[in-house]
Ligand binder design. Structure first.
Ligand code: AMP
Length: 186
């Protein structure tokens, strides 16, 4: 099962990915978590990424594609995986398609979790992560609109895009995602 959980920061991709990971026994791949780990370890990537993450800017596409290729070719990904926070730009989506071809992996089902901006701002202020102050949150939402939202069209054209309402209880969102995944071969 190959799934992309898509949507703005704070829509609940991470929460849903963790639930799916347990149920289907395939790994959650969160590029945000991977970058935060690099920051915590103080690696060269972490030092570079931290400045961008603090400002709510995106890390460069070639760096992200390198991280993803390294991760999806590990043995725990043989039965599939859940992408959470990647791809975030058209070049990342195109690069991912090329990687899937290169490694003989099937295409993805892209599931958008849609939540209104004001609900997102509220949720993120409550979450309180280092990059969750109001100015950075609003900037991340702008970056999402300009750079990430166009990726939807990419997956719509591939015929593998579904959008669901994420402005409801975690369990209700989860049941909807599960239903999509069990009725579609992903
Ligand atoms: P997230 O936890 O997914 O909201 O990611 C936190 C931050 O990490 C983002 O605001 C970006 O600065 C960076 N990041 C995570 N994933 C990506 C990606 N696919 N492309 C570029 N930057 C990313």
């Amino acid at each position: 099962m190959h799934v992309i959980l898509f949507g703005a920061p704070g829509v609940g991709k991470g929460t849903q990915a963790q639930l799916l990971q347990k149920e289907f026994n395939i790994p959650q791949i969160s590029t945000g978590d991977m970058l935060r780990q690099a920051v915590a370890e103080g690696t060269p990537l972490g030092l570079q990424a931290k400045k961008l993450m603090d400002k709510g800017e995106l890390v460069a596409d070639d760096i992200m594609l390198g991280i993803i290729e390294d991760r999806i070719t590990r043995s725990d990904c043989q039965k599939g995986f859940i992408l959470d926070g990647f791809p975030r730009t058209i070049p990342q989506a195109e690069g991912l398609s090329a990687l899937l071809k290169k490694h003989n992996m099937p295409d993805f089902t892209c599931i958008e979790i849609a939540v209104p901006d004001e609900v997102i701002v509220d949720r993120l202020l409550k979450r309180g992560r280092a990059d969750d102050n109001e100015a950075t949150i609003r900037h991340r939402l702008n970056v999402y609109q300009s750079q990430t939202a166009p990726v939807k069209e990419y997956y719509k054209q591939l015929g593998s895009f579904v959008s669901i309402n994420g402005n409801k209880a975690i369990e209700d969102v989860y049941n909807e995602i599960k239903q999509i995944l069990t009725t579609q071969v992903a």
